[in-house]
Design a protein around this ligand. Structure first.
Ligand code: FES
Ligand code: FES
Length: 152
């Protein structure tokens, strides 16, 4: 049993074994499929979510460690049906291809732009080193993040 998770503002619990990876509880019990269990080894960043505001790899975190914490997944970022500035910029720049990496990218960039609103190109590239994309070459993603910075 895993109790007292706050997921995108809602209090949740799960009958899952406490050592179940958080990404699996999010996907299978709460039907939040944004975070992707791609490598399950901490290399790709596709499972990134925010735990009490900090980016974590949810494939490596047992769900019990998230008890009494605030979890924010990519599904919880947009409010009132509107995209966030980074989501809008990524869409406008046509930065996504297959999309497998993108929920993690969006979570990482959301954290960066909150922690460092004036992030530079180097800051953005450094932040994305933990998010592997096999499709895009990254340049449009970085350009989108710079547009989101400039829009603040
Ligand atoms: S699935 Fe978690 S880092 Fe790849
Ligand atoms: S868009 Fe395909 S892996 Fe990034």
């Amino acid at each position: 049993m895993v109790q007292n998770l706050t997921v995108n503002g809602d209090r949740r619990s799960s009958a899952a074994d406490p050592i179940t990876p958080l990404v699996d509880v999010l996907r299978e019990d709460f039907h939040l499929t944004g975070a992707k269990p791609v490598c399950r080894e901490g290399f790709c960043g596709a499972c990134m979510v925010l735990l009490d505001g900090a980016p974590i790899l949810s494939c490596l975190v047992p769900a019990a460690l998230a008890e009494d914490c605030e979890i924010l997944t990519v599904e919880g970022l947009a409010t009132d049906g509107g995209l966030t500035p980074i989501q809008s910029a990524l869409e406008a720049c046509d930065a996504v291809q297959c999309g497998m990496c993108f929920p993690g990218m969006v979570v990482t960039l959301t954290h960066l732009l909150t922690a460092k609103p004036g992030a530079t190109r180097d800051d953005i590239r450094a932040a994305l080193t933990g998010n592997i994309c096999r499709c895009t070459g990254y340049e449009r993603i970085v350009e989108a993040a710079l547009i989101a910075v400039a829009a603040k």
